[in-house]
Write a protein that binds this ligand. Structure first.
Ligand code: ZN
Length: 158
C-alpha cells in the first residue's frame, strides 16, 4: 500500500475520488451520522457512485462500496479495476483514511475475480489530506472467491 497526495493522483483517479466525495452527500445515515461515498470506474469508463444506506435493524445497512458495486451491476457493469472511498462524520472531518469494512472487502474480492483484476482501492480522509492506495489482495490476503469453487466467471463479465 502506498500513501499519495491528491495532486500526484492521475487525473482519472482524481475524478474518481471527487465523485466519491460528492456521493457522500447522498448518504442515508440517521443512525451513525457518518457519511461515506464510493465511486468505481466501469469498463466503459463510466463512473458509478454509491453511498451508505442505513437501516433501523443496523445489520441490514449497506455500505457505500457495496452500494456502488450493486448499482453498477444493475446498470450492466460487473468489471472494474478501481474504486475510491471517502468518509466523514456529521460534524468532524476524518483525519485517517476510510477503508472498506470486512464485508466490502469480500465483495470487492468477488468483483476482482469477475474482473480478472487486482482491484485498486483509493482510500481517503474526508478532506483528501491523507490518501492511501492498496490492492484488494493487500486488503484481503488469501481471500476466498469463485475461483476457490472452480468457477469461471466469463458469462458474468460485463
Ligand atoms: Zn463495508
Amino acid at each position: 500500500m502506498r500513501t499519495i497526495n491528491f495532486s500526484k493522483l492521475s487525473s482519472a483517479d482524481q475524478e474518481l475520488l471527487l465523485a466519491a466525495r460528492d456521493a457522500m452527500a447522498q448518504a442515508y445515515n440517521p443512525y451513525s451520522n457518518f457519511f461515506v461515498g464510493a465511486a468505481l470506474r466501469a469498463g466503459n469508463g463510466e463512473i458509478v457512485t454509491g453511498s451508505n444506506f442505513e437501516n433501523a435493524s443496523y445489520s441490514a445497512t449497506i455500505c457505500a462500496e457495496r452500494s456502488a458495486i450493486v448499482r453498477a451491476a444493475a446498470m450492466g457493469h460487473t468489471v472494474f479495476g478501481r474504486i475510491a472511498v471517502i468518509g466523514r462524520g456529521a460534524k468532524a472531518p476524518t483525519t485517517e483514511v476510510i477503508s472498506p469494512c470486512g464485508v466490502c472487502r469480500q465483495m470487492l474480492f468477488e468483483s476482482a475475480q469477475i474482473s480478472r483484476m487486482n482491484i485498486e482501492v483509493i482510500m481517503s480522509s474526508s478532506e483528501m489530506k491523507k490518501i492511501v492506495i492498496g490492492t484488494i489482495s493487500e486488503l484481503l490476503p488469501l481471500g476466498f472467491g469463485p475461483a476457490n469453487l472452480g468457477l469461471r466467471m466469463e458469462r458474468f463479465r460485463r
